[in-house]
Write a protein that binds this ligand. Structure first.
Ligand code: FEO
Length: 392
């Protein structure tokens, strides 16, 4: 695939991976992107996952013809991109590695060598001229690891963005949901914790004339509309701003009574004109779709049973996925169930103790085993409050 006159795509599509990074289901597979710039000197941008060494080297050889690469730019050391650094260095013994000092430290840990005689160490502001192209390196710490650099090609106005602007899904699958859904699940899941660092990178990128974004996962963004939209979405996500008005109700239910309450509550919200109500069963629905929705919408209602004097384990796990990603700027309400000593609401609220800028609803619903008149009235009061806005 040709990206510009002398930039080629040499990445691979993975349809065998079940869990990306060991936890994210990827039903549409995953792409590990890699690029070659054919200039007076030849530069390769990143390698691919360990299971694709042969396919990647073959893609590379097809593009190179009789030429040999002069540089391998390693923007990110996570093994989905860097697993083949040693393979590459053996296949092309004349090539040098261009990376941050911290990335070379990680190479020593991963490979037992950092190719001391073949290093080009770069930092923010450094450039590499290869003929027509000059690459400017931009530090992007914690997007997604500390050693990350992204690279701006001043000739073709291409930003090689590492994990930034990535997306779940192989590139040979047309995503029926478009870019946003799986780009959002990817962003919130993988870099959601690092909003300030992403905003810092967006600020640096705002000063560049970018015509194409070449990420390490997902499609290449090569129209002004696609780039503007992706930057707008990243700005919202990295700011922890509400993307869409709506309520996510995330619940667990043991015998169906909490589920019945949640279904009634969702109906109450819809009757009150709530623009969007999403209901997720934390034991059955894809966890990271639900995490994504919690960050997408402005309001969250959590419903769970008291369990071992605590809360149902799926709920504890879900809340920890939110708080570890710096969940903030949202309204949160609680529905608890308990047959003899309900404590779930208190436990859930306590788990958000260190979270910033959360508004907790004044109405908390207590269900004693099954809905009755009192708890139904409490659900209605919470629905009124959610629809009318919550107090501090
Ligand atoms: Fe795509 Fe952070 O590795």
């Amino acid at each position: 695939m040709k990206i510009s006159e002398d930039i080629r795509y040499v990445g691979v599509n993975d349809h065998k991976v079940d869990l990306f990074e060991g936890q994210y289901p990827v039903p549409n597979g995953m792409a590990y992107n890699s690029y070659v710039v054919l200039d007076e000197k030849v530069t390769v941008f990143d390698t691919v996952d360990q299971n694709f060494s042969r396919e990647w080297l073959s893609n590379l050889a097809d593009v190179l013809g009789t030429r040999k690469p002069d540089y391998l730019v390693v923007q990110h050391m996570e093994p989905d991109h860097a697993a083949n650094v040693a393979t590459f260095m053996s296949a092309y013994p004349e090539a040098k590695i261009v990376a941050s000092a911290q990335a070379f430290g990680m190479m020593r840990n991963f490979f037992g060598t950092d190719w001391k005689d073949r290093q080009v160490v770069v930092k923010e502001g450094d450039t590499l001229a290869t003929g027509r192209h000059t690459f400017a390196f931009v530090a992007a710490p914690m997007v997604h690891w500390p050693e990350v650099i992204v690279t701006y090609d001043t000739a073709d106005k291409v930003l090689f963005s590492a994990d930034g602007f990535g997306k779940f899904g192989a590139n040979d699958v047309v995503d029926p949901e478009g870019w946003d859904c799986e780009a959002r699940r990817y962003y919130i899941g993988i870099v959601g914790k690092y909003g300030p660092q992403v905003l810092a990178l967006l600020k640096k990128a705002a000063g560049l004339d970018i015509r194409t974004i070449c990420p390490l996962h997902g499609p290449i963004l090569d129209t002004p509309d696609a780039i503007a939209h992706a930057v707008k979405q990243y700005t919202t996500w990295a700011s922890y701003a509400v993307e869409s008005e709506g309520v996510l109700i995330a619940y667990t239910s043991v015998y169906g009574h909490t589920k019945a309450a949640v279904e009634l509550f969702a109906e109450m919200l819809r009757e009150r004109g709530c623009p969007k109500v999403v209901v997720a069963d934390l034991a059955r629905d894809e966890l990271f779709e639900t995490v994504e929705d919690a960050f997408r919408y402005g309001k969250l209602v959590l419903a769970t049973t008291t369990y071992n004097g605590e809360i149902f384990p799926f709920m504890r796990t879900f809340i920890s996925h939110l708080t570890e990603r710096n969940y903030q700027n949202r309204t949160v309400g609680f529905i608890e169930n308990g047959s003899w000593a309900p404590t779930a609401a208190r436990v859930m609220k306590g788990l958000f103790e260190k979270s910033k800028n959360l508004t907790f609803c004044m109405n908390t619903v207590k269900i004693l085993s099954a809905l009755n008149e009192t708890s139904t009235a409490a659900l209605a009061a919470l629905a009124d409050e959610i629809c009318g806005g919550c107090a501090q």
